[in-house]
Ligand binder design. Structure first.
Ligand code: PLP
Length: 223
């Protein structure tokens, strides 16, 4: 009896299958169900398995299948990230265990001592505490501004600004900021642009459609 050696699936299989799925051709509902998660290459399972592993076997040092340690990358989390990126209309997404973890990592990645940032006056309390009590100790200057007011934002952007961080609608006041306007003003001031999109999520509001910035949504912290 002829035997064929079973081919072991690799993470590259995910990427190959992914390329066949063009997010631009599908509406939000279809993306929410299918984007970024082709059937599992090992078994054909339609739902992405939960990979409960910390480390991954490597062929030799430096030769892996795209995964080495789950804190850096895990196939289940990668599938979630691909799907959320498709829903947000973003190039890529990185997921974190909590929203404040995402905001903190964003700040650690982008800010240096001496940087100045503009934050919506109405923002989640954890964000205020992060800037006032933690980042201030590292020499980051945070100015809280009424981002719903074009004049206030324009005036504040006259000084060098590393990024403008808005939250809209804000928690808990539901105060609104015009995302497109804030994106435009920050761009002309050569400043990066961040939106905390927690309350509406990409189902109702897609900051990336302005063509700018980083964005974070509740339960899908996408940067
Ligand atoms: C607007 C907003 N941003 C950030 C957070 C922080 O999220 P987490 O509690 O997951 O750290 C929250 C939490 O409610 C929030 O409402």
């Amino acid at each position: 009896m002829a035997t064929t050696k079973a081919r072991i699936a690799t993470s590259t299989d995910f990427e190959t299958l992914d390329e066949e799925f063009d997010p631009a051709s599908y509406n939000f509902e279809t993306l929410a169900l299918h984007a970024g998660t082709p059937p599992d290459p090992t078994t054909g399972a339609m739902l992405t398995p939960i990979y409960q592993t910390t480390t991954y076997r490597q062929k030799c040092v430096g030769k892996d299948k795209g995964f080495t340690y789950s804190r850096s990358a895990n196939p289940t989390v990668s599938a979630l990230e691909r799907r959320l990126a498709a829903l947000e209309g973003a190039e890529f997404a990185t997921c974190y265990a909590t929203g404040m973890a995402a905001t903190t990592v964003l700040c650690l990645a982008l800010l240096r001592g001496g940087d100045r940032v503009l934050i919506s006056q109405a923002v989640y309390g954890g964000t205020v505490r992060l800037f006032r009590q933690v980042l201030a100790q590292f020499g980051v200057e945070a100015e809280f501004v009424d981002s719903s007011e074009e004049e206030a934002l324009t005036e504040a952007l006259k000084k060098p600004t590393r990024f403008v961080f808005i939250e809209t609608p804000a928690n808990p006041t539901l105060k609104l900021t015009d995302i497109a306007l804030a994106a435009k003003l920050s761009k002309s001031a050569d400043s990066l642009f961040v939106v905390d999109n927690t309350l509406l999520t990409p189902a109702l509001q897609r900051p990336f459609d302005t063509g700018r910035g980083c964005c974070s949504s509740l339960n899908d912290r996408v940067y």
